[in-house]
Design a protein around this ligand. Structure first.
Ligand SMILES: CC(C)(COP(=O)(O)OP(=O)(O)OC[C@H]1O[C@@H](n2cnc3c(N)ncnc32)[C@H](O)[C@@H]1OP(=O)(O)O)[C@@H](O)C(=O)NCCC(=O)NCCS
Length: 234
């Protein structure tokens, strides 16, 4: 197996605060070119995670289903998956103790599943976001917006996306999506090389320390995040 050094480094530079118990094993990795099929899978804490090519703008379910069926040793079409009233995919029956989440952006899909957890996945294609500060002012907490504003302009774009991706991953795990309110959870610190940690959140999300976050760049053009916590009792 051949890794490009930049990718290998980004995958390994993650044993940081807020990312405890993180064990990764990458079995296959191909760099995406236009229309290329690419595929990688990782073990991240209790999660099985896939990053793979996916037709742009289409629902992720047709890509996610066969991967999950293979992972759970089910025949095609046998995955007990439905959407709840908010649109979050839910596994049922024999798989009811597992959670699943996926996200798609550009030509890529990120998929994560794990037992006895709530999991949320988010992937964003890196592209210029000229309205980053405006969006931050509107949707992030005051402290996050101030921290973004204090960053050199060159770092701000990536810091904004890392924050957005982290928040969306937690809110997808929680199941309400971003309509819950991106300002109802706060991450710090914001910097080019530091791992984000959830430092405050609405009580409906539990305690900040309940949450684990793992962020990485599966490819220089993509930013990925998975967030999970132990499934709350009841
Ligand atoms: C749902 C939401 C998280 C999707 O975010 P996005 O960046 O547009 O898209 P992503 O690629 O990251 O995720 C899409 C996947 O999120 C999942 N999803 C949808 N609703 C979800 C929810 N409430 N919680 C967790 N995951 C959800 C689905 O699997 C979806 O995949 P699909 O395209 O195959 O249906 C975001 O749009 C949101 O929170 N919206 C607010 C809730 C909302 O308005 N829901 C509309 C239905 S009433």
């Amino acid at each position: 197996m051949h890794f490009r050094p930049a990718v290998r480094d980004s995958l390994h530079a993650q044993g940081q605060a807020g990312q405890r118990n993180c064990v990764q094993h990458v079995r296959r990795l191909h760099m995406p070119e236009p229309n290329e099929i690419f595929f990688a899978e990782h073990h991240i804490g209790p999660l099985q995670v896939w990053w793979t090519s996916h037709p742009a703008r289409l629902s992720g379910e047709p890509t996610a289903r066969p991967l999950l069926e293979s992972w759970f040793h089910l025949p095609p079409g046998a995955l007990p998956l439905r959407r709840d009233m908010r649109g979050k995919p839910r596994l049922e029956g024999a798989l009811q103790h597992h959670d699943v989440s996926w996200s798609h952006s550009g030509d890529a899909l990120l998929l994560a599943t794990g037992p006895e957890v709530e999991v949320g996945a988010d992937i964003e294609r890196l592209r210029p976001r000229p309205r980053a500060l405006e969006l931050a002012t509107r949707f992030f907490t005051q402290a996050e917006t101030d921290a973004l504003q204090a960053l050199p302009e060159g770092d701000r774009h990536l810091a904004f996306l890392r924050l957005w991706c982290a928040k969306e991953a937690v809110l997808k795990a929680h199941g309400h999506g971003i309509s819950f309110g991106l300002q109802r959870l706060e991450f710090a610190p914001l910097g080019a090389d530091t791992a984000l940690q959830l430092i405050a959140c609405d009580p409906q999300l539990g305690a900040p320390n309940d949450w684990m976050l793992h962020q990485w760049q599966p490819h220089p053009q993509y930013l990925a995040a998975v967030a999970w916590r132990a499934r709350p009792a009841g």
